[in-house]
Design a protein around this ligand. Structure first.
Ligand code: TYD
Ligand code: MG
Length: 455
């Protein structure tokens, strides 16, 4: 007879406790513990995926696997994965509902013509998946689909098909009948992911897991999911925007600051290979309040447009609000402008927006933020062919930024005529290499004079 046992799990981080606790000692959140009844069965039944027995072996005798990475045939995805899929790795794709996770996964499945892919959906029927595939106008004889949520069946079928890539849509829909709690609970998600990981490592098959995200932007289910997998990709983007951004937040096999940009169209997701062009408003008018920053995300330089609006405050307390940029940093930059350059912004509402719905945390965009705020405040436009790369310090000095030559080259390539950088960044820079004019500034006041006092 199975023994019933009650345990408590933190909904936020997955920590386990034998009694209810108000504040989680592991993640510090309040009131996150929920009770779950667990059926204690014999040890043998608890194994969800029967793994082969492992014995200790000499490290010198372990055969290293030298096989290369598998290309997904989607360049942007390969790049953010660090050069393709690593065999035996587990990748979690998180994102809000409707952002395009299933579409991306199916596109990967259908584009991998030369490999056998098994796409398991717990959310859609084979007919629905077929309809989506037709919409994507992609065909692949090597792609198998299965609508299933019971983990034991999934393993049976997966071992039958023996795929080169396994896709699970989504991890929250899976459940094992060995565990007595409903699908999507901490225990189920954790155990399912752990046994899928065991499968991935043993069979050397890469596994894509799709995970839902909660309203506050965290991956639903336990944080342990993030610890278990090798790579975490976050799918972001505004529903109103066509653009979707895929960001690596964890990667055991590559850099974590990579960013992939896609456009959602009638036929699924399309890679945007030249993002700078779409992130900058294509208009002929020179409007005040916009400035272009030359940023670097991961390995790639990216030119983005910063839009600012400074207007007289409607209420006693002026508002400062920003989208895609840290609000506190905006407050700091405004204080620097006020104190060091004498701009009276204390009575102004200031709104800041990064065009295209993208989030950037490169300090080099400070200079463009300041330029756009000044431009809006004075209602004087900045020429369209001018861009900026520099960090601003508390004393109003313009600080050097990393990889400035790459930023200049990108701006040069895109036809910009002038780039403002920090004076302290100019070491080793050779102006004659570029067509673009490099303007070196050391202080905020200097930037202001150079931009707006042209007589
Ligand atoms: P979906 O992949 O189902 O999102 P998720 O799995 O993250 O919940 O995304 C579907 C959205 O994308 C839906 O609103 C319809 C839209 N879409 C397109 O615009 N074009 C397409 O070709 C497809 C397949 C979907
Ligand atoms: Mg989906």
């Amino acid at each position: 007879m199975a023994k019933l046992k009650s345990v408590f799990f933190c909904k936020n981080c997955g920590a386990e406790s034998s009694k209810w606790i108000g504040k989680c000692p592991s993640c510090g959140e309040w009131n996150t513990y929920t009770e779950q009844v667990i059926t204690k069965t014999s040890k043998q039944n608890q194994v969800l995926y029967e793994s082969e027995k492992q014995f200790p072996q000499k490290i010198s005798e372990v055969k290293s696997k030298k096989e290369g990475r598998i290309s997904t045939n989607i360049g942007e995805l390969d790049r953010i994965l660090g050069g393709g899929l690593v065999p035996g790795s587990m990748i979690l794709i998180g994102g809000e509902p409707g952002i395009g996770k299933s579409t991306l996964a199916l596109q990967v499945a259908l584009k991998l013509q030369h490999l056998k892919v098994l796409y398991i959906s717990g959310e859609e029927s084979p007919q629905q998946i077929k309809m989506r595939a037709e919409r994507l106008s992609l065909q692949n004889d090597n792609c198998f689909i299965l609508s299933e949520t019971l983990l034991e069946n999934i393993f049976t079928q997966t071992l039958n098909v023996n795929p080169d890539l396994l896709i699970i849509d989504s991890i929250q829909t899976l459940y094992s009948d060995k565990i007595e709690s409903s699908a999507g609970t901490v225990t189920q998600v954790r155990e399912s992911a752990a046994s899928l990981l065991k499968f991935a490592k043993e069979k050397n098959v890469p596994v894509f897991l799709i995970g839902h995200i909660t309203k506050d932007g965290n991956l639903a289910g336990p944080k342990v999911l993030e610890h278990i997998v090798d790579t975490v990709l976050q799918f972001e983007g505004d529903h109103n925007h066509m653009y979707r951004i895929l960001r690596t937040t964890k990667n055991r096999f590559g850099s974590t600051s990579e960013l992939g940009i896609f456009e959602m169209g009638e036929k699924g997701l399309r890679e945007v290979t030249n993002p700078s062009e779409i992130l900058i408003t294509q208009s002929d008018d020179n409007l005040s309040g916009t400035a272009i920053a030359s940023t670097i995300n991961g390995a790639r330089p990216l030119l983005i447009e910063i839009q600012a609006l400074a207007s007289s405050a409607a209420y006693g307390t002026p508002q400062r609000s920003s989208t895609g940029f840290d609000n506190r940093r905006l407050g700091m930059l405004l204080a620097v402008l006020e104190k060091r350059a004498g701009f009276r912004l204390a009575q102004k509402d200031v709104f800041l927006n990064i065009a295209g719905g993208i989030k950037v945390d490169d300090p080099a965009i400070d200079l463009a933020v300041i330029a756009s705020v000044l431009s809006s405040n004075l209602d004087l436009p900045i020429d369209k062919d001018v861009c900026f790369a520099g960090e601003v310090g508390l004393t109003g000095e313009i600080r050097p930024v990393a990889r400035v030559d790459q930023r200049i080259s990108e701006a040069n390539k895109l036809g910009f005529k002038k780039i403002y950088i920090s004076k302290y960044n100019s070491k080793g820079l050779d102006q004659s290499k570029y067509k673009i004019e490099i303007v070196k500034v050391s202080r905020v006041e200097e930037l202001f004079r150079s931009l707006f006092k042209k007589n």
